[in-house]
Design a protein around this ligand. Structure first.
Ligand code: SR1
Ligand code: MG
Length: 392
């Protein structure tokens, strides 16, 4: 079976991915190609194709269902177009921090992009004890630039509204609305947790104060189209080594609250921090300080030099926005901590902990920290306050 750029949609195999790459002339005639499907995420196929000189490309293809659950959960292929368009837009804002996109095809739901195999997924690197010294400086810059330049502060407000339409992403937003903001907070079938956690889990379901704060956060996520978000900025969506960082997988992109991307990153750093102790832990928590510092410095510079909004010159307005973004980020981080512990989509940082008793105890800490962040978001003023809670 040969797949060409005009073929109807069908899922690629290693062999048809190679034939497509040849048809699109990504490699020299007669090149000896090697292809491996390497997708380890919840939703897509990812093919790594390289020639005898190790020059490679990545072909990412959306499946018409959620791979993590199976064909019973249909899912739009349009997310591949959203992903390609987000990466093309990000390439104009943070060219060094995203993979180059070489080709997109809406019918086949594919994005062909730069081979990043010299880097590794940050979550996996963390699990091997790596610290990625420049990660948070890069992610802080990424957040500041992608969020500022797509917000009403940095983008012509009429243009922003048009872009907002192009990034309508209702099905993928629904996944987040359900899996991050709803299901973990009641007895939903999608939840998954060890029986030993039942007491803590029921504590969450019965905590009226917590649920009110989660309702407010969900409302902000549903209604606040502040900027174009990545939408799923966890440590599995970032490739890095000691000097380079690339953000991948923006299929959840949409216009939402600025604090959501920041909160997802905070939470996934916190999850890793909870699993470590002593200096190993502070190597990771330093990313919380650095990402917020880099974000605020760069965002504030852009606010002063690149603003398109008259009121950005008004004394106190920048501080008001940064405080609001920080408070939102803390609340969103709390939701992410809880859903990664007891929801449908877990993370290896927690699930791979051995022995079993330690895994349960670390997960209890993750749940407690998540609840505390959500309930105290408005009183948590800075990263030091977050670190104090972590140490408790
Ligand atoms: C059904 S998708 C489950 C999760 O995987 C993605 O990476 C998102 O985080 C989503 O919530
Ligand atoms: Mg993903």
């Amino acid at each position: 079976m040969t797949i060409t750029a005009t073929t109807e949609y069908e899922p690629l195999t290693e062999s048809t991915a190679v034939s497509l790459a040849k048809n699109l002339q990504f490699f020299k005639e007669g090149a000896l190609l090697h292809c491996r499907e390497i997708g380890d995420g919840n939703l897509n196929l990812v093919f790594h194709i390289r020639d005898e000189n190790n020059t490679g490309i990545i072909i990412k293809q959306a499946l018409p269902y959620a791979k993590v659950v199976g064909e019973s959960w249909p899912l739009t292929l349009h997310r591949a177009t959203i992903e390609g368009n987000y990466l093309k837009n990000a390439a104009t804002l943070v060219p060094n921090l995203v993979p180059k996109v070489y080709y997109t095809n809406e019918t086949l739901a594919i994005t062909i992009m730069e081979d990043l195999s010299h880097l590794e997924i940050v979550r996996n690197g963390f699990l091997d004890g790596k610290d990625f010294p420049l990660l948070s400086k890069h992610i802080g810059e990424y957040l500041a630039k992608t969020l500022f330049y797509t917000s009403d502060f940095g983008l012509n407000q009429q243009e922003k509204k048009k872009l907002q339409q192009a990034f309508a992403n209702p099905e993928l937003c629904k996944i987040t609305e359900d899996l991050v903001f709803t299901d973990p907070f009641f007895d939903s079938e999608t939840n998954e947790y060890e029986p030993e956690l039942l007491g803590s889990v029921e504590g969450i379901w019965n905590d009226a104060e917590l649920k009110l704060e989660v309702a407010k956060l969900k409302n902000t996520f549903l209604t606040s189209g502040e900027a174009l978000l990545h939408g799923d900025l966890h440590t599995g969506s970032i490739f890095a080594n000691d000097i380079d960082t690339k953000v991948i997988d923006p299929e959840f992109a949409f216009f939402g609250p600025i604090g959501f991307d920041i909160g997802q990153f905070f939470a996934n750093i916190l999850i890793q921090a909870i699993t470590r102790e002593g200096s190993q832990r502070s190597n990771v928590t330093s990313h919380l300080y650095q990402v917020w510092e880099e974000f605020t410095v760069t965002f504030s510079d852009l606010w002063k030099t690149e603003s398109v909004e008259y009121f950005t010159q008004t004394p106190g307005y920048l501080d008001y926005i940064l405080t609001k973004v920080f408070t939102d980020s803390i609340g969103f981080a709390g939701c992410e901590l809880i859903r990664r512990t007891i929801g449908l989509a877990h993370v290896a940082d927690l699930d791979k902990i051995k022995p079993h008793e330690r895994r349960i105890s670390v997960k209890q800490q993750a749940l407690f920290l998540g609840q505390t962040l959500i309930k105290n978001a408005t009183n948590i003023r800075n990263i030091q306050d977050v670190e104090l809670l972590l140490e408790k």
